[in-house]
Design a protein around this ligand. Structure first.
Ligand code: OFO
Length: 164
């Protein structure tokens, strides 16, 4: 059994992961409207991944005989000034999610909930990877600056993710 407090916190995290999915889909829609189809494909893949994160929590709550409660998903932003701005915001968002995961781990420890603590380990590792991946992309954008040819190549490179 899971405590009410832990259950509420995990349900809130389902909402945060669903918002991540929605936000990245909105970023994809913006990028697609600007004809950056490779970057948009990357964001769509990221959006699907976020949905799987939400579902991992969903399954876990049920496994420990808790109750999943879904709440309203906040409306994401719909427009940005440049692809760089999009990826910078994605990076900031992943840092925020990492912080949320850390707080969940702290709560699990405080509650002596070893099973949830162990379950959350996967998310801790995943967040390190997500932050690092987006950070590397932001770095590439900064190196490229306004060079159209390089931006075109980066668009193509990011688009490869969808076909993997
Ligand atoms: Fe679910 O890892 Fe990103 O937000």
């Amino acid at each position: 059994m899971i405590s009410e407090k832990m259950q509420k916190a995990l349900n809130d995290q389902i909402n945060a992961e669903m918002f991540s999915s929605y936000l990245y889909l909105s970023m994809a829609a913006y990028l697609e409207s600007e004809n950056w189809n490779g970057m948009a494909a990357w964001m769509k893949a990221q959006s699907s991944e976020e949905y799987t994160h939400a579902m991992k929590l969903y399954h876990y709550i049920n496994e420990v005989e808790g109750k999943v409660t879904l709440e309203t998903i906040e409306k994401p932003k719909t427009t940005w000034n440049s692809p760089l701005e999009v990826f910078e915001e994605a990076h900031k968002h992943e840092l925020y999610i990492s912080d949320r995961i850390n707080k969940l781990v702290a709560l699990a420890i405080q509650e002596n909930d070893y099973a949830t603590n162990l379950f959350l380990n996967w998310f801790v590792t995943e967040q390190v990877e997500e932050v690092s991946t987006v950070s590397q992309i932001v770095h590439k954008f900064k190196l490229i600056g306004d060079n159209k040819t390089s931006l075109f190549l980066l668009d193509r490179e990011l688009g490869m993710r969808a076909s993997k």
